[in-house]
Write a protein that binds this ligand. Structure first.
Ligand code: HAM
Length: 419
């Protein structure tokens, strides 16, 4: 029999996958909060115009867009930055600057499905709005590094490749290239590492040789040196490298840009971001002009890298195991005791404990097996001992009989000591 499948590039999240996803989100959230970022979110559906205006050709080609029943041209969000710019333009006056905001959500791009790239993915977005100084760029890159360190990765596992778009726009200005062509040339530089040389040469024309030689020898920029210096002060310099071949595919970036890769170079980018000092002004037709910078980290490549890095994989598996554990499994050895057991179960759950029990009668041995499988801390046996209840600590196998009336206070004591 053929079962219906999810659409290509879309994932089903079975409980194990959901547990892993929740652990990733919890870590993202925890580190962003450590840096004083506040959580926010926007709608998943936006006017297509929002992306056509500024994201750049690559994203527009990948839009999941359609006409809704009200004849509006709409698109599922492929990224968060245009939504953020729209929201900031409307609400900026309500907040003290700089704003430090993060968001965790799902994004949709009609891409060809391949390793590390799907048609939906989750991103952590972290953005700083209203701060033009390089201190903000240093803080943002440090946050990105610390998010990855929190998963158990170190400087041998990943590298943040930092670049500066001004380096290239300065070069193009020097070569008298008109600004209308900059975008197209920057895209070609961005793709040069992934495309055959002839294709890049076709796009770069007479600039091919000078550009390729800069890419080969590496560029120099004082601002980038300063950025690395700021990270060195924090002991994070080993996590970064200057690499002017990073230009970023999105059109709105204006200054420092960066992408994060695994050191071995096996995967696509884990995260990417940079400065977009003009986007808010452009989207608000000049009404609000405010500098901004940010990055997004996706869950797909991150998940692959976690799986292939023993340290990170074990850390995630431990986090999943402890997130699943329950406090109490109630073993109903005699069906006459079911009502008494349920009265206690209700109270335990009201107190916030995680409690499970068999919905229908089952052999006592099987019930203990289930208790073990669920990682229960305690098993409570309701049976022949009534009105006493047998408490078994599953790890130590210790057993104790407690009067039913004292059960709640006794368990509260035991579980508060163990947590
Ligand atoms: P981006 O480089 O397009 O940047 O995406 C950021 C990350 O999202 C990528 O490094 C990758 O991990 C993940 N990602 C992107 N597309 C896919 C896909 N099709 N499948 C799986 N993962 C994917 C942005 O989105 C910018 N808006 C980031 C930003 C925030 N810039 C400033 N603030």
């Amino acid at each position: 029999m053929a079962f219906m499948q999810a659409l290509p590039g879309f994932r089903d999240f079975l409980p194990d996958d959901c547990a892993a996803r929740n652990c990733i989100f919890a870590r993202w959230r925890e580190v962003a909060r450590r840096y004083g970022f506040l959580e926010w979110d926007g709608p998943v559906l936006e006017p297509t115009e929002l992306y056509k205006k500024k994201s750049g050709a690559e994203i527009v080609d990948q839009l999941f867009n359609f006409i809704d029943k009200g004849e509006r041209e709409v698109a599922l969000r492929p990224e968060l930055t245009p939504t953020l710019a729209r929201v900031i333009a409307a609400h900026e006056r309500e907040f003290k600057k700089p704003l430090k905001w993060f968001s965790i959500g799902e994004f949709y791009r009609y891409e060809k499905q391949q390793r590390g790239r799907l048609r939906e993915h989750f991103q952590l977005n972290c953005d700083i709005i209203g701060e033009a100084s390089l201190a903000a760029d240093v803080e943002l890159v440090a946050l990105c590094i610390d998010v990855l360190r929190s998963f158990g990765f170190n400087e041998k596992d990943f590298v943040v490749r930092i670049s500066d778009r001004d380096f290239w726009t300065g070069f193009l200005r020097e070569k008298d290239v008109s600004p209308e062509r900059w975008d197209e040339l920057l895209q070609a530089i961005d793709k040069s590492g992934r495309e055959p040389r002839e294709k890049t040469a076709e796009k770069l024309g007479k600039l091919t040789d000078p550009i390729l030689s800069i890419l080969k020898s590496g560029g120099k920029s004082q601002r980038l040196e300063q950025l690395v210096g700021g990270l060195r002060d924090r002991g994070l310099a080993d996590y970064v490298g200057i690499d002017v071949s990073i230009v970023r595919g999105l059109a709105y970036y204006t200054g420092i840009v960066f992408e994060v890769f695994d050191r071995a170079g096996r995967f696509r980018a884990i995260a990417g971001g940079g400065r977009y000092d003009n986007l808010i002004a452009q989207l608000s037709d000049g009404a609000v002009s405010i500098p901004a910078l940010g990055f997004a980290m996706g869950d797909v490549v991150l998940g692959e890298l976690i799986n292939e890095t023993v340290r990170a994989r074990e850390k995630l598996q431990n986090a999943i195991a402890s997130s699943r554990k329950i406090d109490i499994y109630v073993v109903i050895a005699k069906e006459q005791r079911r009502a008494d057991a349920l009265a206690q179960i209700q109270q335990f759950r009201d107190r916030g404990y995680r409690v499970d029990y068999p919905l229908t009668s089952d052999k006592v041995g099987k019930q203990f097996q289930t208790a073990e499988q669920l990682g229960a801390h305690l098993a409570l046996l309701f049976g022949d001992e009534w009105p006493q209840v047998k408490i078994k600590t599953l790890a130590s196998r210790e057993e104790l009989l407690i009067d039913n009336h004292e059960l709640q206070s006794h368990i509260a004591r035991v579980l508060s000591q163990s947590s």
